[in-house]
Design a protein around this ligand. Structure first.
Ligand code: WTA
Length: 696
């Protein structure tokens, strides 16, 4: 399955010197390790597990599973019966056993240049213990779900690890999601407490997070799900805190927190108004100041839940992807170490938000499990200017850098000068994630950002997979621009045709996996049936990714994009059904259909066709209302780029919308293929005439 030989031509390598110290220095070594990982997974992962602390050993098989719905319930278990604690492993073990207490865990870099702080492993452990005690004092028990809705601050990591320490299950909701999305997620996972913050700035824009959180809690109450506890972090400036929050100022109440009197809120900026409901709201700082910094970890079983993270579902309702403790810990630690070839003196920076899986696995758990030093960045790549990323790389001497193709394409537009103004000589490995990277962006990343010296790890994976599943290893794998290359250890990919037959050699079809790896998701929270039908029903015996894939003559895998009703906008998956239902909730809209249209920076953009109800007219006001409606229902990431008035939609005689045809219309492609099943072809001509033109 892994080719014996890799091609010598048309492939790229990073600098030769990496091989001297790399964990996996050659392709042959990768192949040997890969074969071991498949032939004897228990030994392979068992060796990895030796680095961690286990309160008691596992009792059954190391990795036990059923991936075939025809043989019974789908399950994966890793190290069942063992007891451990992931917070202990990523913090206490590093401080006490590995003597890394004084090592920097995070360099926090705020939205505003100059707003910064550092936290060591020892300090992080103290903060986490305190907050774990706070959670306990608020009545949170093992197994309970805690919703977290916070900006990119160290306290977000503190909150998640505090949950893990006491065996509570965190359910983080990206701070760019709307109040409605937050309330849906709180109710779906029946959270008993919410942790949030007053607000934050993204570039020049103030996000009043607490107001959104309050709206979400109101929506929960309206639907009969009252949540009585909300802990609020004061993240904005001290002046703002004192005037607007009825809780003690941070500095006096919490001596341990970093001094936050820097330029968080610029003088000219408005002071946010933060509402406060004394019956529900609790001040983070006051609670923490009163808490002890000693907290014995709760010893949990390997298959106890660690977190829930929602991802778009093709039916429109987001799925609560559930990950469990030991397998996820092993897998994120191993992938982080090997895919970024982690070395003790590295400074690593992943630009993702912790609200997404990339942040969970490769800002929090994977790097901390390895005792890594990371940059935690609150801001934007373009604020205050388009050099910000490279300025930060030089400032902290970042050696391993991980970002998304959409960010690369965005920065590429501004040319080489903003990059070349900075030295970037500390960089060693560059990573990408979130969507296929187009070769043009790949070459720019490789030659301009990395000065043709740094290998690029194009990591393919999903919220569901927990960690990287197809990826190069930086010193070992010859790279082809745009290919995620080969499977990580323990992962067995296959390509299936429509009838479910495995294709050999060069081929294209559905990307599936034949067996689990430790970090694969265990279920959809509260709905095991949906888990089985989404991922295992179409092709019994396989985990179905939902992505298309091509294998070339050299055995390299190339992801071709989603083959379900999912769109990938700036690396974020959105379900067309979810956007459609947000649109039809507007009283003027009778029917809506959403498709993707290629976009030079975002990858895909949202193109919406709306059919209005009788007597309604399409105009700019309605268009603006519809955009607002989608933002409020889902969040800014789902804002439609194009909304077209569609007096009729192309449908089959049985009434099914022909999205294939709509996709062509959105792209302006006249060749519609076979449209003989179309009930009324005049609809199509009409839609072509009214097409939205590309934005300037
Ligand atoms: C896409 C993000 C091509 C893919 C970690 C997948 C990619 C979805 C890549 C998961 C890549 C992610 N090359 N496509 N390197 N990485 N994808 O759950 O369609 O937010 O199914 O997880 O992103 O998105 P999710």
């Amino acid at each position: 399955m892994i080719p014996d030989k890799v091609p010598k031509e048309d492939v790229f390598y990073g600098a030769e010197e990496m091989r001297r110290t790399a964990h996996v220095p050659t392709f042959d070594k990768y192949k040997d390790m890969y074969m071991q990982s498949i032939e004897d997974p228990d030994k392979f992962w068992g060796d990895m597990a030796k680095d961690f602390f286990w309160k008691s050993k596992h009792t059954g098989r190391f990795l036990d599973y059923n991936f075939d719905v025809t043989k019974g319930e789908i399950f994966t278990k890793c190290m069942a019966g063992a007891s451990t604690n992931i917070c202990y492993n990523v913090l206490d073990r590093n401080v006490h056993e590995r003597k890394l207490g004084d090592k920097v865990a995070f360099h926090w870099e705020g939205n505003e240049p100059g707003d910064e702080s550092t936290v060591t492993y020892r300090e992080l452990l103290h903060h986490v213990c305190r907050f774990a005690n706070v959670l306990k004092s608020q009545g949170v028990r093992k197994g309970e779900r805690v919703a977290i809705y916070m900006p990119m601050v160290v306290e977000l990591v503190v909150a998640m690890l505090a949950c893990a320490r006491i065996g509570a299950v965190h359910s983080i909701v990206f701070a760019g999601f709307s109040a409605e999305s937050l309330s849906d997620r709180i109710m779906d996972s029946q959270c008993t407490l919410l942790v949030t913050a007053d607000g934050f700035y993204r570039g020049d824009k103030l996000i009043n997070l607490k107001i959104l959180a309050d709206e979400a809690l109101q929506k929960c109450r309206d639907k009969g799900f009252p949540l009585h506890r909300c802990i609020v972090l004061k993240h904005l400036s001290k002046e703002a805190q004192e005037t607007s929050l009825s809780c003690p100022p941070a500095k006096r109440s919490c001596p341990d927190l970093q001094d936050r009197e820097t330029s968080r809120v610029k003088k000219s900026r408005p002071v946010p108004q933060v509402p406060w409901n004394p019956e529900v709201d609790r001040c983070w700082h006051a609670l923490v100041a009163a808490a002890s910094d000693e907290c014995e970890p709760e010893w949990c079983e390997s298959e106890d839940p660690l977190f829930i993270l929602y991802t778009s579902g093709s039916t429109g309702k987001p799925k609560g992807v559930l990950h469990t403790l030991s397998g996820y810990m092993l897998y994120t630690a191993a992938t982080f170490k090997l895919v970024f070839d982690h070395q003790p003196d590295d400074v690593y920076w992943c630009t993702a938000d912790i609200g997404w899986i990339t942040g969970h696995s490769y800002i929090t758990y994977g790097p901390l499990a390895n005792g890594a030093t990371s940059v935690l960045f609150e801001g934007l790549p373009t604020y205050p200017d388009v050099s910000r990323m490279w300025q930060i790389v030089d400032k902290y001497r970042v050696s391993k850098f991980y970002t998304a193709p959409t960010a690369i394409r965005l920065l590429m537009k501004y040319g080489n000068e903003p990059v070349q103004k900075y030295k970037r000589d500390s960089l060693k490995v560059l990573g990408t994630v979130g969507e296929p990277i187009n070769p043009e962006a790949w070459h720019w990343y490789f030659s301009v950002v990395g000065d043709s010296r740094c290998p690029i790890v194009d990591t393919f994976w999903q919220t569901e997979t927990g960690g990287h599943v197809l990826t190069p290893l930086p010193a070992a794998t010859p790279m082809k621009p745009g290919s995620a290359t080969f499977p990580f250890f323990g992962v067995v990919p296959a390509i299936l045709n429509e009838s479910g037959e495995e294709l050999e050699g060069p081929s294209e079809g559905y990307l599936v996996f034949k067996q689990p790896w430790p970090g694969v998701m265990r279920t959809v929270y509260g709905n095991h049936g949906r888990f089985q039908s989404t991922y295992f029903k179409k092709f019994p015996g396989y985990y179905v990714t939902g992505d298309g894939c091509r294998r070339d003559k050299d055995g390299y895998y190339w992801i071709t994009g989603r083959i379900d009703d999912m769109l990938n906008v700036s690396g974020h998956l959105l379900s067309t059904a979810e956007v459609e239902s947000a649109l039809v909730e507007h009283e003027a809209v009778a029917e809506a259909a959403v498709v993707g249209r290629p976009h030079p920076v975002k990858g895909e953009s949202l193109y919406c066709f709306v059919t209005l109800g009788d007597g309604r007219t399409f105009n700019r006001t309605l268009e603006a209302q519809l955009r607002k409606q989608v933002r409020e229902k889902i969040g800014a990431i789902a804002t439609p780029d194009y909304i077209q008035d569609a007096p009729g939609l192309p449908k089959t005689r049985s009434g099914k919308i022909m999205r294939r045809v709509l996709r062509k219309i959105a792209r302006g492609e006249k060749d519609l293929g076979d449209i003989s099943t179309l009930a009324d072809s005049s609809v199509v001509e009409q839609l072509f005439l009214n097409r939205c033109q590309p934005a300037l």
